[in-house]
Write a protein that binds this ligand. Structure first.
Ligand code: PBG
Length: 325
């Protein structure tokens, strides 16, 4: 007798019945880039469809995301003033703090995730305070604690440290608790690789390092066991959720983390992944929407619960009507 797996692929209804993985708008986290001023939108050349927006314009986009079923946004601020310590990152009335407050006022149920890092705020573009030509881990932690508390005070639901500093989760958890923000969660960029896939983001966020690179704090892309160690450390320190970043070239890491740990797992579908897809689609070389959905499904199949993606609104719109087939 021939075994016939094709039997269950015969019709669209059958295929839907036996489908193992589903992507939904509730899985998406949408990144917002906030700039100072009023009524301004600046397209990011290397990321078609992505714009830097002033707070008022970012609110419109957040509303659009909410209306198609997206439950969370992650905020990146691009301040006018940069300095050696990135002081705009922890100023009480800084750009991101004001954006958080505006979002929570306008759309109270939409979850606001504050990315906590210094590369957008320092004049040298590194993710912390410098000591010579290297980032001083413990000096950076002190400022990170201040930044996290200022985001929580502004109303952030989740703090997402992305600088790959050792001890960042403990530091932030302790600071939040000391200020009575015990309900504010931490999403740690636990396994973040030093990756060339971040290129377009650095245009969007104006965060390219002025010298050197991030290899002394972000992970070597060749390493797998080290990712598990980083994730274990962050969970021990109190991370509520962990992230693997980038996503597409690191699906093995997503699967490893899923197999080993039980906290919610986020995959970051980074700027370079988005740019490649958009560029090929614009040339007519691939079917953009189909490759997008296939990619997003792959993240979930690999074990991610949530996906940070610039495709979020587009993908949610495709998923919306739930028309069948
Ligand atoms: C900040 C940060 C980066 C990204 C998210 N947060 C850039 C970097 O580490 O250089 C990259 C996001 C993307 O490429 O989409 N530390």
């Amino acid at each position: 007798m021939i075994v016939r797996p094709r039997r269950l692929r015969r019709t669209a209804t059958l295929r839907r019945l036996v489908q193992e993985t589903a992507v939904s708008a509730a899985d998406f986290i949408y990144p917002l880039f906030v700039i100072p001023g009023q009524s301004r939108r600046l397209p990011v050349a290397s990321m078609p469809g992505v714009e830097q927006r002033t707070i008022d314009q970012a609110l419109l986009l957040a509303r659009q995301a909410w209306e198609v079923g997206i439950g969370a946004v992650i905020l990146f601020g691009i301040p006018e003033q940069k300095d050696a310590t990135g002081s705009e990152a922890y100023r009480e009335d800084g750009l991101v703090q004001r954006a958080i407050a505006a979002l929570k006022q306008e759309l109270p149920e939409l979850l606001v995730i504050a990315d906590a890092c210094f590369c957008e705020y320092t004049d040298h573009g590194h993710c912390g305070v410098l000591q010579g030509h290297d980032v001083d881990n413990d000096a950076t932690l002190e400022l990170l604690a201040r930044a996290a508390v200022s985001y929580a005070a502004a109303g952030a639901d989740i703090i997402a440290p992305s600088g790959m500093m050792d001890g960042m989760v403990t530091t932030i958890r302790t600071a939040l608790d000391r200020h009575d923000y015990t309900q504010v969660a931490i999403l740690s960029y636990a396994a973040k690789y030093a990756s060339a896939f971040y290129g377009p983001f650095r245009d969007a966020a104006g965060s390219t390092p002025q010298f050197g690179d991030r290899r002394s704090y972000q992970m070597d892309s060749a390493n797998r066991r080290e990712a598990l160690r980083e994730v274990a450390l962050d969970i021990e320190q109190g991370a509520d959720m962990v992230m693997v970043k980038p996503a597409l070239a690191y699906l093995d890491i997503v699967r490893d983390v899923r197999n080993r740990f039980d906290v919610p797992l986020v995959a970051y579908n980074v700027s370079g992944e988005y740019a490649m897809l958009k560029a090929a689609a614009a040339q007519g070389w691939i079917d953009g929407p189909r490759v997008m959905m296939e990619t997003l499904t792959a993240f979930k199949r690999a074990g991610a619960d949530l996906i940070i993606t610039y495709h979020a609104i587009e993908a949610a719109q495709l998923l919306l009507p739930r028309t069948f087939p």
